[in-house]
Design a protein around this ligand. Sequence first.
Ligand code: ATP
Ligand code: MG
Length: 332
Amino acid sequence: MSDHSSGLAHGYPYLFDRQALRAQLAVVDRIPGVAKPDPILKVSNMEREFGGLKAVDVRHLEVQRGAITALIGPNGAGKTTFFNLITGFDRPSASHSGPTGWEFNGRSLKHTGAATVARSGMVRTFQLTKVLSRMTVVDNMMLGAQDQPGEGFLLSFLRPVWGPRDKAIRERALELLQRFKLYEKKDDYAGSLSGGQRKLLEMARALMSNPSLVMLDEPMAGVNPALTQSLLDHVQELRDDGTTVLFVEHDMHMVRFISDWVVVMAEGRIVAEAPPAEVMKDQAVIDAYLGAHHDTDLGDDALLAEGESLDALVAQGAGQITRRGRGARQDG
Ligand SMILES: Nc1ncnc2c1ncn2[C@@H]1O[C@H](COP(=O)(O)OP(=O)(O)OP(=O)(O)O)[C@@H](O)[C@H]1O
Ligand SMILES: [Mg+2]
């Protein structure tokens, strides 16, 4: 258990009690941008424009400490861009609706770069994994203890030499590799891992710095079904250890199964927030998904007319539909 993440250290024993946590969230208003009982992250007036397109336009968002929050929305909704902004991998544009600000654990991150954000306890993984193929699995892990590897990371061409003082770091790396069932691969090049194993490695690496908030961008994408359950278990274990999790995911089954709260983004804005069982029935959410895929044959329209909502869509394979139109664009 980490210094950052220990629920007891924060004096919030409910972190270890999922029912109590959910009971707290159950009474939160279902209003986009609503205040949370105990937010670890607060974001206000965050905008990002690319050319004329407003990719992110978030008035206010709070993320509850100790919870698993899912950030969902159609392709191009701005989820990854939002992650990039709050973790210092991108900078917000000038806001038209009030002062931009975001606070993590009560500390402003407004002018903070990615490495400092990571050191302050907020760590993210990438939609397209950034494990360093030419390094071994364990060396990838040990880098996670230092800084987060960003884009164009030159170290991928170097082999780091670890000194004796890194023994403790190595021990932690091996312990996490055990937990993520990658121990047997520790001396293999990361490039030899399967897509799912890379996702696991990236998640394990994110934990090297003992974060209090882990942000996962599509942790399940490309993961072989055999690894799916262990990924779900890992995410829930994190929450049960007191780590806050914010994850982007298109797989509605995963969203329903593990999240305590769901935030929905469409065209850059937060359009709905609610517990998972309710959010799929929200008209704004149905509109956001249907609006984004108005060119798509969704099958039986009557299902929607009967208020079966996204659950019905998902049951019919909307998980596939939401992936249409995904470009080859490399993101942050
Ligand atoms: N670097 C960039 N330059 C120009 N436009 C960008 C850039 N990054 C993102 N965009 C645009 O911003 C919008 C939001 O993209 P973003 O990747 O954040 O969406 P997303 O919700 O993560 O989508 P997906 O579910 O497909 O990953 C899209 O219209 C995208 O094309
Ligand atoms: Mg994305």
